[in-house]
Design a protein around this ligand. Structure first.
Ligand code: ATP
Length: 251
């Protein structure tokens, strides 16, 4: 895997990450077979695809976590990853989890600010085991935020949460994005989540990106946004979900 840091274009216009010809096989099974993509600064891109289509594999590659992959990845800024499970260290207090590995002066203030932004200003001294699932995932977002990433890589970050908490977290994500302007790649199997949060949707199938479509809807968006209908039907069709299953936005 070649990783480059380019010169030339200004950082305002240069993609935060570019992938070219990314390929990954596990034994005989080719999971990614020539994936190209670019994410612009501040852009939220949802990555959809059926179970086992390679979404998490691609996210891990973009995050630099898969040395076996081939192709070229170019990054221009810092990045942070949020997984479906919060991955907090149980023996460290919340604030220490958030500051872990963050260099520089003023870390304590930045951690306090990040916890306040996710609505957990008072929980810095709590242990992870004392948090609900939703609160723990908020801490995971604070941990990402404190790194001031140009790109957030999110692997089904709301997938383990109950429906109400998921809605609240989606709203929180929208607010954090509006305030901080990071770019994001959001892996999800939920078409409505993609339409709620993304500027653009990608569909991964058979090792390639088979759909790359903008979401031309103004913000703020609500789950019952009238513009969702045609876009939802189109994406479900691309995901191979038949029209009579239209009520089910998952894959
Ligand atoms: N470390 C590994 N070793 C062997 N096979 C793997 C490994 N990681 C992933 N795979 C396989 O690669 C394929 C893609 O997996 P991946 O987790 O990327 O899919 P996904 O689209 O994220 O799926 P889901 O939506 O179910 O999470 C699957 O067939 C999976 O079994």
């Amino acid at each position: 895997m070649a990783t480059r840091t380019p010169g030339g274009l200004s950082t305002a216009t240069r993609p935060v990450v570019t992938a070219h010809g990314v390929r990954r096989a596990f034994g005989e099974t080719v999971v990614l077979d020539g994936v190209d993509l670019a994410i612009a600064p501040g852009e939220v891109v949802a990555l959809l695809g059926g179970s086992g289509s390679g979404k998490s594999t691609l996210l891990r590659i973009l995050a630099g976590l898969d040395p076996e992959a081939t192709g070229e990845i170019t990054r221009t800024g810092s990045q942070a990853v949020v997984f479906q499970e919060h991955r907090l260290l149980p023996w460290k207090r919340v604030a220490d989890n958030v500051s872990l590995g963050v260099p520089g002066a003023g870390v304590r203030q930045r951690v306090a600010a990040a916890l306040a932004e996710v609505g957990l200003a008072e929980r810095g001294r709590a242990w992870p085991a004392e948090l609900s699932g939703g609160q723990a995932q908020r801490v995971a977002f604070a941990r990402a935020l404190v790194r001031e990433p140009a790109l957030m890589l999110l692997d089904e970050p709301f997938g383990a949460l109950d429906a109400l908490t998921r809605l609240k977290m989606q709203t929180l994500f929208g607010r954090l994005h509006a305030e901080h302007g990071f770019a994001a790649l959001l892996v999800t199997h939920d078409v409505d989540e993609a339409l709620l949060l993304a500027d653009r949707t990608l569909v991964l199938d058979d090792g390639r990106i088979v759909e790359d479509a903008p979401v031309p809807l103004s913000r703020p968006r609500a789950p019952d946004h009238p513009g969702f209908g045609p876009l939802r039907r189109h994406l479900l069709d691309r995901l191979g979900v038949r029209p009579d299953q239209d009520g089910d936005a998952g894959t």
